[in-house]
Design a binder for this molecule. Structure first.
Ligand code: NAD
Length: 483
């Protein structure tokens, strides 16, 4: 497959290059080879992108919601038709196995385009009768939105931000992560092919500095970031200077609580999906696995057995189900956490090593006897490292589950219906699961509380975050004034 794109950026309906920008080497994580070289946006490229988005916005907002929605739905169909090629590219960009990318990336992006395409015609204001007078509200677009992506789901993030933004009549300038810059260009291409006017969805490449330049430009009305908490704090503060709207999808250290009465096989499946899918590089992962003492040993034994089913190798091979870390840097960071886990006295149950092959592979790793204060239990690792902690009572585990500055997700496995709902009511997290983990359909809101973020993506809730309400008072009779 041709992995070198036509040019680095996609602006105003076409590919654009400026080789004066800093080089961005794109590395295939499964081999360490450079598969493309792009250039970060220069000030001239940023200017072009923002001008294009600003200019296109008025016309785009002037289309009816149904017309905008038709473009999004057409784009979703094209994405589904090209799912194979888009999945291969996603695998080159991220190193995630094709077995995953073929069902979780372009397909998830297509879901978002289809869902928000369907909603676009139903985005309306309301009528409030006040005697003879009345108020009506107009739900209006914000204007130009900047989207900034993380590297773990480059196609999905480009669509999860783009689809609701465009449905509401905004335009977008999207900056992918410098680690995975390829996939968003395809989203931009497809939207134009589906009939989006030039300038409605633009992609510019770059490191953090390009993101920072975009969000402080006075022409920008909203910033939606998917990234780490430290970056989120910077971006939120910069956006606040211009009183811009924000959505922050940030990191987590989410609890997954397994009670004695849970179906063991399902609980093990939940823990595997919630820790090792995408080699653990998922923000909502349930990396603090609290297991009630009665089933702890059975859980660990079954988990170890099931991990024998891991198949590492060339991620493009559809039989392979476990890929490398996205980058050498990320592998080094995760290895540092594994060393800390050992130093601080956690029991290494399985894994913990680099794999002897090219690329940035690490074994799926499980630590048991982890205590709340250990670094591997407090810090987001963003790699295939599961920490298993013991607990005795419901009250105790809820307090410990919430004892974190993060609040992205939380899950519970139990056969006790009322306990499941009690736990969910008590979790300080934006996205919760009962007897499952990490499902993220577009119909459900997704996002975090506490340091994990602000706002929600997906579902009808996303419409609130990409539009604003204008209230209009209409007097039917004469006006009174005191003098
Ligand atoms: P990161 O914070 O390093 O970078 C995210 C993006 O922000 C990149 O595109 C980067 O170039 C840009 N950026 C960096 N500094 C910036 C600045 N000062 N101004 C503007 N933009 C800037 O995150 P990452 O390493 O790419 O991704 C991993 C993190 O993302 C993890 O913490 C993970 O939990 C989080 N994440 C969250 C979600 C979610 O939906 N909540 C989803 C995926 C990943």
């Amino acid at each position: 497959m041709q992995t070198q794109p036509t040019a680095s950026h996609f602006i105003n309906g076409q590919y654009v290059e400026d080789t004066a920008g800093e080089e961005i080497p794109v590395i295939y994580p499964a081999t360490g080879e450079v598969i493309a070289t792009l250039h970060a946006a220069t000030p001239a490229i940023i200017e072009q992108a923002l001008t294009a988005a600003r200019t296109a916005q008025k016309e785009w907002a002037g289309w009816s919601g149904t017309e905008r929605g038709r473009v999004l739905r057409r784009a979703s169909e094209i994405m589904r038709e090209r799912n194979h090629d888009l999945s291969v590219l996603e695998t080159y960009d991220t190193g995630k196995p094709y077995q995953e990318t073929s069902v979780a990336d372009a397909t998830s992006g297509a879901d978002a385009l289809e869902y928000f395409g369907g909603l676009a015609g139903a985005i309306t204001g309301e009528h409030i009768q006040l005697g003879d007078d009345f108020v009506y509200t107009r739900r209006e677009p914000l204007g130009v939105c900047v989207g900034i992506g993380a590297w773990n789901y480059p196609t999905q993030i480009a669509c999860w931000k783009g689809a609701p933004a465009l449905a509401c009549g905004n335009t977008m300038v999207f900056k992918p992560s410098e680690t995975t810059p390829l996939c968003a260009l395809k989203v931009a291409e497809i939207l134009v092919e589906a009939g989006a006017p030039a300038g409605v969805y633009n992609v510019v490449q770059g490191y953090g500095a390009v993101g920072a330049a975009l969000i402080t430009d006075p022409r920008v009305d909203k910033v939606s970031l998917t990234g780490s908490v430290p970056t989120g704090k910077k971006v939120y503060a910069a956006a606040a200077e211009g009183m811009r709207h924000v959505t922050m999808e940030l990191g987590g250290k989410s609890p997954l609580v397994i009670f004695d009465d849970a179906d063991l096989e399902n609980a093990v499946s939940g823990a595997i999906l919630g820790n090792f899918y995408s080699s653990g590089q998922v923000c909502s992962n349930g990396t603090r696995v609290f297991v009630q003492k009665g089933i702890k040993e059975a859980f660990l034994a079954r988990l170890t057995e099931r991990l024998k089913g891991v198949k590492m190798g060339d991620p493009q091979d559809p039989e392979v189900n476990f890929g490398p870390m996205v980058s050498e840097r990320q592998r080094d960071i995760v290895e540092g956490f594994i060393a800390k886990g050992k130093d601080e006295g956690a029991r290494l149950v399985t894994g913990g090593n680099r794999v002897d092959r090219d690329g940035f592979f690490l074994e799926p790793t499980v630590f048991a006897d982890v205590t709340d204060d250990m670094t591997i239990a407090t810090d987001e690792i963003f790699g295939p490292v599961m920490s298993v902690l013991d607990f005795e009572t419901e009250e105790e585990v809820l307090t410990r589950a919430n004892a974190t500055e993060f609040g992205l997700a939380a899950g519970v496995f139990t056969a006790d219906l009322t306990r499941a709902h009690r736990m969910v009511a008590g979790f300080e997290a934006g996205t919760c699961y009962i007897n499952t983990y990490n499902d993220a359909p577009v119909e459900a809101p997704f996002g975090g509380s506490k340091l994990s973020g602000v706002g929600r993506e997906n579902s009808k809730a996303a419409i609130e975050h990409y539009s604003q309400i204008k209230g209009v008072y209409v007097r039917m009779g004469d006006m009174e004034a005191p003098f």
